[in-house]
Design a protein around this ligand. Sequence first.
Ligand SMILES: [Zn+2]
Length: 449
Amino acid sequence: MLGVLWQSQCLGASAMVRISAVSAGGDATILVVSSAERPVEVESLSLSDPPRLVFDLPDAAIPPDQPRTLAVDAAGLLHQMRVGQFQADPPTARVVVDLQPGAEAPVWEVQTGASAGQTLIVLRAAGPRPLNLPTVAPCGEGLLLRFPGVGVLSRKVGELPDPPRVYVDLTDAEVEASQARQFPEGLLAEVRIAQQAPQSGRPVARLVVEMRPARRPCGGEEAAHGVFADGGDLVVAVGGEPWALPLPAYQGSGRLRGKRIVVDPGHGGQKVGAVGVLGDQTGGVVYEKDLTLDIGLRLARALTAEGAKVVMTRCDDSDVSLSARAEMANTLSADAFVSVHCNSCDTPNRLSGTMVYYDHPHSAGLAGMVKEELIASLGTEDKGLRNANFDVIRRTRGPGILVETAFINNEDDRERLLNPNFQERVARAITRGLIRFLNQPKAREAATR
Ligand SMILES: [Zn+2]
């Protein structure tokens, strides 16, 4: 841990960067995560003999445990990728992409990633890509529309009203013949694709997703959409509310490799936690212990996909004491401990929202980053960061936080908590917060104590 500090301090770089690569469908993406929480600058040059592309990241240092070669499965496109500290003064990190001798050089583009501090360098074979009608699959209460092979193209997303629709213009995409597909009922009304006028000599194709919003019981309409790349595909998600939008399968890229994280689903067994009464006249109830386990299992999956070693304090309905939970983190010398809970207040519907607790000062940074990521993606009320000496986070010696996801006895919050897409968003937001915290030098310094 001291090595990390030593390097970034001695190099005097303003950011430490962690570099990984993913490949899908023959394309490759270099992912750069910066501790400075803003996109990095990228300078490129093309060298021959042997042919290679070089990407320099000025004012950036790489940690000593950064893998020096990046494995990617993009055989037609490149031979291998290497990472190193190109020079110490001024500090510059370098990624070298060794190309296939004799093959046509790939085209590349720098894109901003999904959360602060992420930069993507997308590499793909030169030439236009065909755009076809998507496959449509249900996911939670929404739909995922998947357009294969065009997720790496540069895109412009817009929306239009009456009827509500989202369009995406893709540069270097080609449509053989304009096509449309109608959907007679439900949220999705029509999907169509067509060629547009070329821009700067490059072909542009447009896809349009037209929605049929549902009426809300108390007035207004609901229809939301999201557009993102998933591997090499472009995905358009449609759903009722932004927080209920479906998400594609989690794609980890090893950003928590070597980290030990303890996930603690609150309560369990006889200790049901807070209780929410369902407002559907059935008199049914929902227990906090079940929701925290659902979210905890999702969190463990996302963290594992990022390469972390995850230990859960419980992965079924068992009753584990608070001291045993904290002891697991201490015995493992865990890099982080995250306890997941649902909130409740004395009067139903009086309060709503998300808050994150910490006890020890060295946990404040983690609590802040996790809370920021939760608020940015959940659409819940920001109930702030709180300092409290709850048993589990007081007893854990490393960074430990307690997340109150939302209020189980608030009608709107409860609807969210019961929605699997919302639960997944909670898990991924906590994961993003952990990635930010565990990849920054200052956090490591605090954690060494
Ligand atoms: Zn609780």
